[in-house]
Design a protein around this ligand. Structure first.
Ligand code: NAI
Length: 344
């Protein structure tokens, strides 16, 4: 059995964590030979709830789970981490104004980035889930300058999985028969689910998605809007945001980082843009087609982009630039001791 790895989940008393922790602790992400110490961070009022989650984890009697550390203290939560899954954030419902929401989350991710810098291993793999996930991830990466930017990713795998499933249901095949969907850009309704490079395995042969679906109007219309609006549709139906599917997507994302993507296949995740791929500006966390080997994420370059895709790839980048500029302004204000907004 390998030495235990230390895995942090923040927002550990919340609903995504409730679906996620069991999968991580039973070996679905890091493998059945990898023992785990789980660090669970939430805010002080949630500690009693977190105690209940800890009791349940204990009661699962899982062979891989060596220790569970529930805490509201960053120095304990971030100590010696191998993996950090940052789920906790201020949700949209609580702060309705976008600027204020960004500001509140900048404060959280600045603080958690600084804690990664001070306490975690330099090799730590960081996945940001809490929304706005791309920009929160950028702020965390900026606040941890000695950890490579490549170690920071944000979750767009849920959107990716939604797109795979929509195509699969249309073709009457399992979702695993749909490969190389791409989610471009922001985890928001401006994201672009792109199937121009997607293949669908039907009756044993790989077909181009447009050939398999045989309905270009749907693929260029309702398919895209269904994926873009899926989160909103789930909130409307369930009165709560996606949790089971988000937890599954987190597991898929982190398993791919840990074990790599299959040969010739790619997935989607938000990564730091250096300005060298697909005309996406630098200094954004932007979702690209990604291949992973030896725990390193690489953007799949050189895919053909038609005019239809170009406009959508640029539009979501524009939204991310606006978010970044607001967040960086909020970050600068946080650094200013006289500014009353530092309380946010
Ligand atoms: P939730 O409200 O059930 O749980 C969030 C938890 O985070 C709460 O227990 C809260 O106390 C905690 N929290 C707040 N501030 C914290 C801090 N500074 N440190 C540690 N914990 C903190 O929310 P849920 O449903 O679990 O969702 C969490 C986040 O994930 C939300 O921002 C949601 O929008 C986002 N999300 C992102 C998805 C993606 O695909 N990127 C998909 C679904 C949700």
């Amino acid at each position: 059995m390998a030495e235990p790895i230390r895995v942090l989940v923040t927002g550990a008393a919340g609903q995504i964590a409730y679906s996620l922790l069991f999968s991580i602790a039973k070996g679905d992400v890091f493998g059945k030979q990898q023992s785990i110490v789980l660090h669970l961070l939430d805010i002080p009022p949630m500690l009693p709830v977190l105690e209940g989650v800890v009791m349940e984890l204990q009661d699962c009697a899982l062979p891989l789970l060596r220790e569970v550390i529930p805490t509201d203290k960053e120095e304990e939560a971030f100590k010696d981490l191998d993996v950090a899954v940052l789920v906790g954030s201020i949700p949209r419902g609580e702060v309705t104004e976008r600027k204020l929401l960004l500001k509140a989350n900048v404060a959280i991710f600045k603080s958690q980035g600084a804690a990664l810098e001070r306490f975690a291993k330099k090799t730590v793999k960081v996945l940001v889930v809490g929304n706005p996930a791309n920009t929160n991830c950028l702020i965390a990466a900026k606040s941890a300058p000695s950890i490579p930017k490549e170690n920071f990713t944000c979750l767009t795998r849920l959107d990716h999985n939604r797109a795979c499933s929509q195509v699969a249901m249309r073709c009457g095949v399992p979702a695993t028969h749909v490969k190389n969907v791409i989610i471009w850009g922001n985890h928001s309704p401006t994201q672009y689910p792109d199937v121009h490079h997607c293949k669908v395995n039907m009756a044993g042969s790989d077909l181009a998605c447009f050939e398999a679906v045989k309905d270009d109007t749907w693929l260029k219309g309702d398919f895209i809007s269904t994926v873009q609006q899926r989160g909103v549709a789930i909130i409307k139906a369930r009165k709560q945001s996606s949790a089971m599917s988000a937890a599954k997507a987190i597991c898929d994302h982190m398993r791919d980082i840990w074990s790599g993507t299959p040969e010739g296949e790619f997935t989607s995740m938000g990564v730091y843009s250096t300005g060298n791929s697909y005309g996406v500006p630098e200094d954004l966390v932007y979702s690209f087609p990604i291949q992973i080997k030896d725990k390193c994420c690489r953007i799949v370059d050189g895919l053909a982009i038609n005019d239809f895709s170009r406009g959508k790839i640029d539009a979501t980048a524009t939204e991310l630039m606006e978010e970044r500029d607001m967040a960086v302004a909020a970050l600068a204000m946080l650094g200013h001791p006289q500014n009353p907004d530092t309380r946010l």
